[in-house]
Ligand binder design. Structure first.
Ligand code: GLC
Length: 714
């Protein structure tokens, strides 16, 4: 079996294995089962799934995990054992380690953070017998209310592309396949399985698709998961433009496209328009579109050419050989949960964002009594819900149907401040809460905003949380708010509160991470990957498309904001959000200087120095934004774009020289007519700062006109 020779190139091995396969063996690889198969597959007619295959699936899948695709034992091709997702292994029977949300680790602005996180969760996937991780969620936060923004990497394509690319590299370093998902423009959860997104090719290429393109270039994920929704009238999993033209032709993608669970709507169109693997079959409402009967009929009639089936299988095989799945079979092995939790805590400590710190109220110093209120801070930290949830060792804590990870910030604060008197009040009685706050040196109010796959959530806080913050802040001016949220939230009390720490969903050691930042053991260094709008008036669309309609209702949404997402939108409209993309404070201060820039081919090279001018060690995040002198004439979607960023760990007084390159696509617009990127000649301003609204230095460079193909393969 020459294909098992690891000296050979994956392409060669895939072709050789394909040539040895029978038709039935090929059909095994393109049709996967969900975890419901365990109980439901027996009810599927034998002519759809043969009895021996049913027995194989039920006896070989990892119980409680997302999916399973049978391999070909005769040829040494392993099964694909699929587990969710980007924050850790999701299995109802096996505990695993929850990273902070992907939005949180994106806030670190340090790709090493999601990469190390990916190494850890990928190792746990391997140790629980999974060789495919359904991770790499990268849909942009076009809709700030989206229930899954916590699973993704924010509103900017460059930041998302770099951070998710790093996560995928970390996961795949374990010789397993990672996906990148959901391809594409699956930017809201409401009516996700029937929403038809109307958006121009240029807008897609300059936003959602650019994030995918950058991440795929940086990490070569073995699989791309196509999305539930329609894009310009075609289902995501039978979308010739997105799958065949953009992904496979223009980007030269060699891996395979798997479907989201239940996202397939045909046999012939799906296969011919780019889907390689129907994943997650079972059983009630799912039609077995890629099961043998339907596929054999389509091959027989010629509706699906035989070489298309071969291409589907070859892509799957390529990914299995290229990512090491064949040469490094997964097997159950011990997990060092303590070490993995420590890594998760480090990730959180790199990611939490200090939004406000008037009067340097933080870090806490010399406080003798602390009132901690709300947010179930005595029980744990909030986690997001849906297919990305993770069951921790010892189980999660459920409060009001929401999942909390057992990492209470109150206990962590007590460990950090053993001499302080720390009292907790749940915050349900405002008078009692205010009274406790009034008697304490400082008050810390925890607020939570639950987000879940499958639905949108308004940015208002629920329950009495806003009133609690207002009452406590009135009772004690030294009030700190810690927010555990899936994304942005409105803050009607923002002017009454001197200090705000955004913790997002901080993962299995969120409590200690929060406590160590509040007490100054760790200097916060996160910066916002998502802007915080001040009100619904600032949103690109006041109403969520399809809200309130039954699932499956056909609904169209026109994304006429195009690529102007997040800070680009607020710039374009002249709005002032509560907090801008890139914002984040430190317990020290940094100075940026010596900015210089010059064209470098179609790119721009930028150099500058960052110095820590404060009294304590800290990590600064320098951001470079680009703005054409006349952005409308340059055809841009908004006045400026993030062009590059860098994080540096500096001791007091230490200075570091930094050199960055701005990718030409971030200087260009996409022209659909010629399938080109186009940089228009003219002056471009490079602006340097520590947030998109804090850009103190700038230089200009002049670029010449440049046009080049958006296709890397012709
Ligand atoms: C879900 C999600 C997808 C997940 C899959 C398997 O519906 O959309 O992200 O990987 O099904 O659980």
């Amino acid at each position: 079996m020459p294909w098992l020779n690891s000296e050979l190139a994956p392409e060669t091995r895939a072709k050789a294995a394909l040539a040895a396969m029978t038709l039935d063996e090929k059909l095994r690889l393109i049709f996967g089962y969900s975890d419901q198969a365990l109980t439901e597959l027996a009810k599927v007619p034998d002519e759809i799934v043969a009895p021996d295959l049913k027995r194989y699936v039920v006896s070989h899948q990892v119980k409680g995990s997302a999916g399973f695709v049978p391999g070909v034992p005769r040829l040494g091709i392993p099964d694909q054992t699929q587990t969710d997702a980007s924050m850790g292994v999701r299995n109802s029977f096996i505990p695993s380690t929850a990273l902070p949300s992907s939005l949180a680790t994106a806030a670190s602005f340090d790709p090493e953070v999601p990469r190390a996180g990916g190494v850890m969760i990928g190792a746990e996937a391997r140790a629980t017998r999974h060789n495919t991780m359904l991770a790499g969620g990268i849909n942009l936060a076009r809709e700030p209310r989206s229930g899954r923004n916590f699973e993704y990497a924010g509103e900017d394509p460059l930041l998302a592309g770099i951070m998710v690319g790093a996560l995928i590299n970390g996961i795949q370093s374990n010789h397993i396949i990672s996906t990148i998902k959901h391809f594409a423009v699956n930017d809201q959860e409401t009516l996700r399985t029937s929403l038809d997104v109307t958006i121009s090719a240029a807008a897609m290429r300059q936003s959602d698709l650019l994030a995918f393109e950058l991440a795929i270039e940086k990490s070569s994920p073995g699989s791309v998961m196509c999305s539930y929704n329609l894009i310009n009238g075609r289902w995501g999993c039978e979308n010739d433009y997105l799958l065949n033209k953009v992904l496979k032709h223009d980007w030269g993608y060699k891996g395979f496209v798997m479907s989201d669970w239940g996202a397939v709507h045909s046999t012939v169109d799906a296969a011919n328009d780019g889907l390689d693997q129907f994943t997650g079959f079972c059983c009630k409402d799912d039609k077995p579109w890629f099961a043998p009967p339907a596929m054999k009929a389509a091959l027989q009639s010629g509706a699906i050419p035989r070489n298309r089936l071969d291409d589907m299988v070859e892509r799957i095989l390529w990914a299995m050989f290229a990512k090491g799945v064949v040469d490094h079979p997964v097997q159950v092995s011990p997990i060092d949960y303590a070490a993995n939790a420590a890594l998760s805590q480090k990730a959180a400590e790199e990611s939490l964002v200090l939004l406000k710190n008037d009067g340097d109220l933080l870090p806490l110093r010399g406080v003798k009594s602390i009132a901690v209120l709300g947010g179930s801070a005595d029980k744990g930290v909030l986690a997001g819900a849906g297919s990305s949830d993770v069951t921790p060792v010892g189980g999660a804590v459920t409060i009001d149907n929401h999942t909390y990870l057992p990492s209470p910030p109150v206990d962590a604060l007590k460990r950090e401040l053993p001499k302080a008197k720390i009292a907790f009040d749940p915050g349900s009685d405002l008078a009692a809460a205010a009274s406790l706050a009034a008697q304490s040196d400082v008050a810390i109010v925890f607020v939570t905003r639950h987000n879940s796959e499958g639905s949108e959530a308004s940015l208002e806080m629920v329950g009495n949380q806003d009133a609690l913050v207002a009452a406590v802040a009135k009772a004690n001016p030294r009030t700190i708010v810690v927010a555990e949220t899936g994304g942005a939230i409105y803050m009607p009390w923002i002017d009454e509160v001197p200090a705000i720490l955004e913790a997002f969903y901080p993962g299995i050691r969120g409590g200690p991470a929060i406590a160590r930042i509040l007490t100054g053991k760790v200097n916060p260094s996160g910066h916002l990957p998502i802007s915080f709008p001040a009100s619904a008036d600032q949103l690109a669309r006041p109403d969520i498309a399809g809200l309130g309609k039954p699932d499956g209702t056909p609904e169209e949404v026109l994304y006429d904001e195009g690529a102007a997402i997040g800070y680009k939108w607020y710039d374009l409209k002249g709005y002032k959000p509560l907090f801008w993309f890139g914002h984040g404070l430190s317990y020290t201060n940094f100075e940026l200087s010596n900015l210089a820039a010059q064209p470098d081919g179609k790119a721009i090279r930028v150099s500058f120095a960052m110095r820590n001018v404060g009294k304590r060690q800290g990590k600064g995040v320098a951001q470079v934004y680009v703005a054409p002198a006349d952005w409308k004439k340059a055809g841009w979607e908004a006045p400026k774009r993030l062009g590059a960023f860098a994080k540096a760990n500096l001791k007091p007084g230490q200075i570091k020289s930094i050199e960055l390159t701005i990718d030409p696509r971030l200087l260009a617009t996409y022209e659909a007519a010629g399938n080109n990127w186009h940089i228009r000649a003219g002056e471009y301003r490079l602006m340097l700062g520590e947030a998109s609204d804090d850009l103190l230095k700038s230089v200009a460079v002049t670029l010449t006109d440049a046009v080049w193909s958006a296709s890397t393969t012709n």
